[in-house]
Ligand binder design. Sequence first.
Ligand SMILES: [Zn+2]
Length: 416
Amino acid sequence: MSFGVKSLDLILRKAKLRSGEVRDIGIKDGKIVEISGKIKKRSDKEINVDERLTTPAFVNLHVHLDKSLIGDAVGGNVDTCEGGIRRTWEYKKRYTVQEIKKRANQVVDLAVVYGCTRIRAFADVDTIGGLNPVKALLEIKKERANHVDLQVVAFPQEGILKDEGTEDLLYQAMELGADVVGGIPWIEFGDDQKRHVDIVFDIAKRFGADIHMLVDDTDDPTSRTLEYFAYKAIKEKYFGRVSASHAGALAAYDNSHAARVIQMVRDAEMTIVSNPHISLMLNGRRDVGLIRRGITRVKEFLEAGVNVATAQDDVNDPYYPFGKMDQLEVGFLMAHVAQLGTPAELEKVYDMITLNGAKAMRYQDYGLQAGKTADIVIIDADNIKDAFRFQPVRLYVIKNGKIIAASTSKKKIIKI
Ligand SMILES: [Zn+2]
């Protein structure tokens, strides 16, 4: 397809698409304007892609930029999710906007190098760190707009009912410009879990915002917050505007109840985000011998037609000691933990780190098609299987039509 543009800003020659087809890609004013076998026009800037894998840049739908890189200061990962929350408190009291930005910017740099240009970042909102995390991430959103599109989630990590005063702070966070209302209902006591979900919907409706909650991040089979979240989304007609991370408890439900909840999630057009690094590290801690993997029923969600994404979640913080913001590494791990290994299944995993995240963030401009924003990653691989297998260098990372990161190709053995 050609838009009849005279001169192009950038042409990628011989780009290998996911389908295996080799195409030229023409870029103008930050957009893809032409994809064809041979673009006749010339540009001052052309890259010979040499049949390397070329896809839309990666999307990370769940990461805590505000807490990243504090792992060493708080003793690293030693226990469960609840333990991680507690061990963050002392550090959080000392948060300043500048200090958070310094750490978060390093993580954005990693994301860019590994070809990720769209990030949904969670910012804690509570009475310990106040609004500093939201302020810091909103500044990064503005300052790094040439590198990443950032959506900031106002996230009540300590609970809304458990941490009195957080509800007001959430409203303030949204007033400041946060994009998405977060929630973590499963950490509340008893009926407060439902009240938590209700409050999140009240705030989201007030601001016309989407919702992303962390649900049932526990092995406890009685945890039911995904079910109530889906119920509420259907009741409020919030179809397609809701995302849920973790949902590990669903794996422990009996099969007939799990099937019912999966159906509700589908009816709500909810996105499920499963983060295998963190689930493997934190969940099943009380198991002995046969230790559960801790992830939700990824395969069953996929079979039901639910939009599923996978994300980094944590980068060297109290929950997880590693994390390099490489969505290929995330997908590689997801393929193992959810046992997705056929060619068709690997295609689905690649969707989880690209298209499905963009769909949840409701970006209309995303994708490798004429008319879409030129957010592209060129990987030193022949195909997506090898991309997962070797997680090779990202030769070029392109954001809004501009090259923002580049690496050199394969290492060579020197003959002596
Ligand atoms: Zn998380």
